[in-house]
Design a protein around this ligand. Structure first.
Ligand SMILES: Cc1cc2nc3c(=O)[nH]c(=O)nc-3n(C[C@H](O)[C@H](O)[C@H](O)COP(=O)(O)OP(=O)(O)OC[C@H]3O[C@@H](n4cnc5c(N)ncnc54)[C@H](O)[C@@H]3O)c2cc1C
Length: 290
């Protein structure tokens, strides 16, 4: 098949690689000048499938409301909520009911474990390695933290994901960079989880996909998609449409806007998070972030 992929984030690049490996003719359209310039650029890179869980969970509405009402709330609403936001919030609240949460969690976990399995298979075949390290530790500051992780640990036991509840001393042995003055009651160590450089992985995999025949077209924004006859897409600033046998939408949060004219309303809203990758010249002085 002749397939167009919209977006060259980690989802677009991995999709391009898999489809090219299966013998399809693949063209990836990306509005930026390179791969992984959006959400895939500088994420935390944690690969911890056992920790994957829907944010629409029982108890979450009360928790979010608590944050919004707190005196020193980290979340501030800067503009009035639009009707679409309110509709999304109603859907989100409905998805927090225990049965929907359980069904969604099962689906997400199945996908997450398969993804990790595939990551290892693909990484073993890549020409270059990417920055990665194995093991994942959740630091516990005190009894409150210990209480808070219990539901997560129950889920890990249920899934038979190996983990160890360890003392502060054991945590410092595994991670000698932890500052001795960092208050620590203990930690949860997941030896099979890992962290990897998402952007670097995407750059290397793009190369592998190109070697399999995939074509990447950068600095090219797609303005519309149409499924009326064959799968058609329109490039911003060009009048002639481009036709394919299929289009795979990997445009992140922008996917919702591209699908709306087709009558498909994806309940997708962006969530903004921040992660810091810091160079630590003296590893022995690293402190765990609060
Ligand atoms: C701070 C932070 C920390 C995170 N930590 C983790 C973590 O530890 N572990 C984890 O698994 N996940 C983490 N995530 C989530 C993860 O980064 C995202 O789920 C993932 O990167 C999404 O990839 P994507 O390819 O769907 O989207 P993106 O990387 O955003 O790619 C979408 C691409 O589509 C392109 N595009 C959009 N519209 C068009 C158009 N019209 N025409 C052409 N191109 C278009 C965009 O330019 C972009 O390059 C984190 C996210 C953030 C923000």
């Amino acid at each position: 098949m002749n397939i167009a992929i919209l977006g060259a984030g980690i989802i677009g690049v991995t999709t391009a690689y898999e489809l090219a490996a299966d013998g399809h003719q693949v063209t990836v359209f990306e509005r930026h000048a390179s791969v992984a310039e959006g959400a895939s650029f500088a994420n935390a890179g944690v690969v911890a499938p056992g920790y994957v869980t829907p944010w629409a969970a029982p108890g979450m509405p009360a928790k979010v409301l608590g944050h919004l009402l707190a005196r020193h709330a980290p979340v501030r609403v800067r503009r009035p909520l639009a009707a679409a936001d309110l509709a999304w919030m109603r859907q989100w609240r409905a998805a927090c009911d225990p049965a929907t949460y359980a069904a969604n969690r099962t689906r997400m976990l199945r996908l997450a474990f398969y993804s990790r399995h595939r990551l290892h298979e693909v990484a073993a075949r890549m020409a270059y390695d990417f920055d990665r390290s194995s093991g994942y530790m959740v630091l516990l500051r005190g009894d409150r933290d210990r209480q808070m992780v219990q539901p997560g640990l129950a889920l890990l036991r249920e899934l038979e994901v190996p983990f160890h509840e360890i003392t502060a001393d054991e945590a410092r042995q595994i991670e000698p960079a932890l500052h001795p003055h960092t208050p620590l009651a203990g930690a949860v160590h997941l030896p099979q989880d890992e962290v990897g450089n998402c952007r670097q992985f995407a750059v290397i995999l793009r190369d592998a996909a190109e070697q399999l025949g995939a074509r990447f077209v950068f600095n090219t924004a797609v303005s519309a998609v149409d499924t009326a006859q064959t799968a058609t897409l329109y490039i911003a600033g060009e009048t002639a449409p481009q036709r394919f046998d299929a289009i795979v939408l990997c445009a992140g949060v922008q996917s919702a806007a591209l699908l709306r004219p087709l009558g498909l309303r994806l309940p997708l809203r962006p969530v903004y998070g921040y992660s810091i990758s810091a160079h630590i010249p003296e590893p022995v002085y690293a402190r765990a972030a609060a």
